[in-house]
Design a protein around this ligand. Structure first.
Ligand SMILES: [Fe+2]
Length: 190
């Protein structure tokens, strides 16, 4: 559990400052996750190789742009709730519960196998945060649900590269980014 943050001096009308602090703490975790995601997406954009290079390289940038807008909206919602958003990289690394993205220079399909895993994690946690804010603050809930529309669409763009004509994912059952990358590579060649 995170240390209980100091209560804000004010929050949005009709919320208690306790609930404002609770919602802001949920949002801070999503700020960390999406800040991490936009950096990871750029890392993939720079490190994809092979015959699918240009398609995947160019598919990633609009995702970066959209995720950066989500990051900005989350940080500004935290500030609106009367709490200071924390956007520094050191604080992010200290607070995060997940490992750094595991793949360096590699084939585009391998990266997409790993990125599929990244999106599973981010979307699952975003949905959980949306659920947790459903009763507490409908405006924050609406913000997070709006993000999920985009994030789940981007996830499908990734998965469509890993999908067979029968609808199965080549990475099904592979656990972790490295194993998923390997399974995606084998699926593309087999
Ligand atoms: Fe670029």
């Amino acid at each position: 559990m995170m240390a209980r943050p100091a209560l804000p001096k004010y929050t949005v009308p009709s919320l208690t400052v306790e609930d404002g602090a609770k919602v802001a703490a949920i949002l801070q975790e999503r700020l960390n996750a999406l800040n991490d995601l936009q950096l990871t997406l750029k890392h993939i954009h720079w490190n994809v190789t092979g015959p699918h290079f240009i398609a995947v390289h160019e598919m990633i940038d609009p995702q970066v742009d959209q995720v950066r807008e989500m990051v900005d909206a989350i940080a500004e919602r935290i500030a609106t709730l009367g709490v200071a958003p924390v956007g520094t990289p050191g604080a992010l690394v200290k607070a995060r519960s997940w490992d750094d993205y595991a793949i360096g220079r590699a084939g585009a399909i391998e990266h997409l196998g790993a990125l599929n895993e990244v999106y599973v994690g981010v979307i699952s946690d975003h949905r959980k945060a949306a659920e947790e804010t459903e009763e507490l603050d409908t405006v924050t809930n609406d913000l997070l649900v709006g993000h999920l529309h985009e994030l789940e669409l981007f996830h499908w763009f990734v998965r469509a590269h890993l999908e067979s004509a029968g609808g199965a994912l080549s990475t099904a059952g592979a656990d972790g980014e490295k194993k998923a990358a390997k399974a995606a590579k084998a699926g593309a060649h087999g």
